[in-house]
Design a protein around this ligand. Structure first.
Ligand code: AMP
Length: 193
């Protein structure tokens, strides 16, 4: 199973990707988490990414593509994967298609878009700022992240829907309900494999 999770910050993609990847025994690839790890370890890429993450802007495609390429070429990736928070713009989506073709990997089965009303996102992220202590969950950075979602990432909804690859999940439900809704989507997809 190869899936792409799309959605605004605070939509619950990360939590759900982690649960589903564990259930299916596939690789969870969160570019946000991998970038935060590199920032902490002060790798070259982490240092380059820092100022973008801290102001809620997208990290340059080149940096993110390198990370994704490394993940997709891991032996564990053969079993399947969930890309969480990637692609984040139409250009990354195009590069991903080329990358998968070049690696002779089967392409993604589908793209799951998590929909959550904006006021709910803001409330969730305010809470996360306290519980997880993420430096990019502050009100000002948050505004930028939501803006970058609307301007750069949301166009991917049409991009994938035009390719008949899009499934929409209502992310404004309990964590358990979202997990079961996702399970259903995956079961349906397996039937069509
Ligand atoms: P996330 O944990 O997915 O919300 O990502 C946190 C931050 O990491 C984002 O605000 C971006 O600065 C950066 N980031 C994560 N994924 C990407 C991506 N695919 N392209 C560019 N920047 C990204």
């Amino acid at each position: 199973m190869r899936l792409i999770f799309l959605g605004p910050p605070g939509a619950g993609k990360g939590t759900q990707a982690s649960i589903l990847a564990k259930n299916l025994g596939i690789l969870h690839i969160s570019t946000g988490e991998l970038l935060r790890k590199e920032r902490k370890e002060k790798t070259n890429r982490g240092v380059e990414a820092q100022s973008y993450i801290d102001r809620g802007a997208l990290v340059p495609d080149r940096v993110v593509m390198e990370i994704v390429h490394e993940q997709l070429t891991k032996p564990e990736a053969k079993k399947g994967w969930i890309l969480d928070g990637f692609p984040r713009n139409v250009s990354q989506a195009g590069v991903l298609d080329g990358l998968l073709m070049g690696m002779a990997q089967p392409t993604y089965n589908c793209v799951i878009s998590f929909e959550v009303p904006e006021n709910v996102l803001v409330e969730r992220l305010k809470k996360r700022a306290i519980t997880e202590g993420r430096t990019d969950d502050t009100p000002e950075v948050l505004r930028n992240r939501l803006q970058s979602y609307h301007e750069e990432t949301a166009p991917l909804i049409k991009f994938y829907s035009d390719r008949q690859k899009l499934e929409i999940i209502n992310g404004f439900m309990s964590r358990e309900s979202v997990t079961s809704a996702l399970k259903e989507v995956v079961e349906d997809m397996k039937k069509n494999l």
